[in-house]
Design a protein around this ligand. Structure first.
Ligand SMILES: CC(C)(COP(=O)(O)OP(=O)(O)OC[C@H]1O[C@@H](n2cnc3c(N)ncnc32)[C@H](O)[C@@H]1OP(=O)(O)O)[C@@H](O)C(=O)NCCC(=O)NCCS
Length: 163
């Protein structure tokens, strides 16, 4: 069964989105921190802490039974407590993750596109994210219109215009 649907993320999705944040942090088999360790890291937990707060928006992919299988969301950060992909106040930073058994089936791309529509509806003009250069996800982002605006050690900050 490979059919899935996309719905808006709600406050009820906090735990699942935290799971997806852990997937994003542990994107490679070389990254194997426990869920607790990832979520206790303030540089990571601030992507989901307090979900869903004003300004947060996102989408969840669900399987044919309504079970969540992937999530993507945007959050605004202040300049004095930025995310890894911070580019400016008012530019939401995205997080994306898909359950292992649902990868390479188009879920990630569908989520990115859905969140792009949500960003447009919310009046945002740009979206940003941070991705490690070795992660094939970067090619997905490029194909969805993101361009690298800053290169750090091993990771890039990418931005795309919301149209
Ligand atoms: C990155 C991730 C979100 C992509 O989601 P996905 O549902 O697997 O991706 P899709 O099926 O939509 O595929 C998107 C593109 O990536 C390609 N792709 C998918 N899996 C791939 C793999 N293992 N290796 C190389 N390319 C791959 C696909 O071919 C597709 O390109 P195409 O449409 O031209 O064929 C997902 O793999 C994931 O959760 N990874 C771990 C968490 C992570 O890395 N998050 C991002 C952190 S910045």
């Amino acid at each position: 069964m490979t059919s899935f649907q996309i719905r808006p993320a709600t406050s009820e999705d906090a735990r699942f989105l935290a799971d997806m944040l852990v997937e994003a942090a542990n994107w490679s088999h070389l990254h194997t921190r426990s869920r607790v360790a990832v979520l206790e890291d303030p540089h990571i937990s601030h992507y989901i802490a307090g979900w869903k707060r004003p300004g947060d928006f996102g989408s969840v992919a669900v399987d044919a039974h309504g079970i969540a299988i992937g999530g993507c969301w945007g959050r605004l950060f202040p300049a004095n407590a930025p995310g890894h992909g911070f580019v400016a106040v008012g530019v939401p930073e995205l997080t994306l993750g898909v359950n292992t058994q649902w990868r390479a089936l188009g879920v990630g791309r569908a989520l990115l596109q859905a969140v792009g529509q949500q960003a447009k509806a919310a009046g945002h003009s740009r979206l940003s994210l941070s991705v490690e250069r070795a992660n094939f996800a970067q090619r997905l982002y490029v194909s969805e219109g993101f361009i690298t605006v800053e290169s750090g050690t091993g990771s890039d900050t990418m931005v795309r215009a919301v149209r």
